[in-house]
Design a protein around this ligand. Structure first.
Ligand SMILES: *Cc1c(COP(=O)(O)O)cnc(C)c1O
Length: 414
């Protein structure tokens, strides 16, 4: 450890995890509850806690660490960029920012005239998209005051993104929120067709609903959404914050359908905070004019360099192919387990339903056994491991899951 950091951390370094968590609870706002563990180190698909225990990280900081922890190439790119030029504000630009924008336009098959806006997080990317949507204002006679989003959708925690998010428990304590949002049943083409009209500014869709438990739609849903929004003059906005950047085995889960805007974050920086909104086509890019939106940190040289390094590794190591192969294998193995009733998802974004609603207890048993996983619902588990994970590493979890499930069932009987 760097000696200045060691000095600043001081006596904390010698404390046990439980003592550190007590200090956490006395100094950090309680919105996350008490964290599961204090982590001190990571390498590849593994992390270590303050007591020296090792974990296989099957969640990647919620689909963020696309290349695992401490990836040497991402590391060296961040370090050398930071030593060259760290932050400049958007009064200036940098070669890394331009190169990343061009790269994102290339991998998203964006038509000419398409443009990128950088942020620091997923929710900020969706705030930008919300403002873009409001600028599709309609006419004085028929103003576009309505925004359509999907039931069970998640778009973030800031006021605009929150207004699009379906779960009432997240939204209601913070009302009034930006208005005009209407939710329709997810995956239902006719419900979408009925809701979208000339008063609709935009439709927000996660191509696979991650926080809802990795819910996929029938083939053709995204294409139907494209056709419906185009007919009404409404913007189609794909939230690929969780599904994008190779997570599902292609660069984007929506590949084949070009939206009006797409939001990205989580995996983009390989662990470094960065988000983006890609706006497709010349007409859409003129909706936001100079001065109408901005950010101090967004798209800074270090974050954009980290993203360039991440995309470079995904591309040069053929990780999209590997994600498909390994994902297919592990999903088949999970589906064959008796305690798993359904497996969903694509690539390495995987949700599974359990025979009993004991998912939080399975997460706890898994942590004790050295696996980091997550429960988006009472009977649903999610894994989103680093894209570099091997089937051998995943096999250790598949082999352990029946016993973890049995432990969870026992513990919830008490
Ligand atoms: C995580 C997530 C967000 C919010 O991203 P933050 O970086 O936490 O603000 C938005 N949309 C989707 C689909 C997400 O999974």
């Amino acid at each position: 450890m760097n000696e200045i950091i060691a000095a600043e951390i001081g006596s904390l370094e010698s404390l046990h995890g439980s003592e550190l968590l007590a200090r956490y609870n006395n100094s950090l706002l309680g919105v996350f509850g008490t964290p599961q563990q204090v982590l001190v180190r990571g390498s590849g698909c593994h992390v270590w806690d303050a007591d020296g225990k090792e974990y296989l990280d099957l969640l990647s900081g919620i689909a963020v660490n696309a290349l695992g922890h401490a990836h040497p190439l991402v590391n060296s790119v961040i370090t050398s960029q930071l030593a060259t030029l760290g932050h400049i504000s958007n009064f200036f630009t940098s070669p890394t920012q331009i190169a990343l924008a061009e790269k994102l336009l290339q991998i998203s098959a964006a038509p000419s005239g398409s443009k990128v806006f950088f942020t620091n997080s997923g929710t900020e990317a969706n705030e930008a998209a919300f403002k873009l949507a409001r600028r599709n204002a309609g006419t004085e006679q028929i103003p576009r005051t309505k925004i359509v989003a999907l039931e069970h959708g998640f778009h973030g925690r800031t006021m605009g993104a929150l207004a699009l998010t379906w779960k009432a428990a997240y939204r209601e304590p913070f009302e009034p929120l930006p208005g005009g949002v209407q939710w329709v049943p997810a995956g239902d083409i006719e419900a979408l067709r009925a809701a979208v009209d000339e008063s609709t500014a935009a439709v927000f869709i996660e191509p696979i609903q991650g926080e809802a438990g990795v819910i996929e739609f029938a083939p053709g849903y995204l294409a139907a959404a494209r056709e419906i929004t185009a007919a009404a003059g409404s913007l189609l906005i794909f939230d690929e914050v969780q599904t994008g950047i190779g997570r599902t085995g292609s660069w984007f889960a929506s590949e084949g359908v070009i939206p009006d805007a797409m939001t990205l974050a989580k995996g983009l920086g390989g662990g470094f905070p960065i988000g983006a909104m890609i706006v497709f086509g010349t007409e859409n890019t003129s909706l936001l004019t100079p001065g109408q939106h901005g950010t101090t940190f967004g798209g800074n040289p270090v974050a954009t360099a980290a993203a360039l390094a991440t995309l470079h590794v995904i591309e040069t190591q053929n990780l999209l192919v590997q994600v498909n192969t390994v994902g297919d294998q592990v999903r088949a193995k999970l589906a064959a387990l008796e305690c798993v009733t359904q497996v969903r998802g694509r690539g390495l974004l995987i949700g599974m339903d359990l025979a009993a609603e004991v998912a939080p207890a399975v997460v706890k048993a898994a942590l004790d056994a050295g696996f980091i996983i997550n429960a988006p619902g009472p009977g649903t588990l999610r894994i989103a491991p680093p894209l570099i994970i091997t089937i051998e590493q995943l096999d250790t979890f598949v082999a352990a899951l029946p016993a973890l499930y049995a432990t969870a069932v026992e513990s919830t009987k008490e």
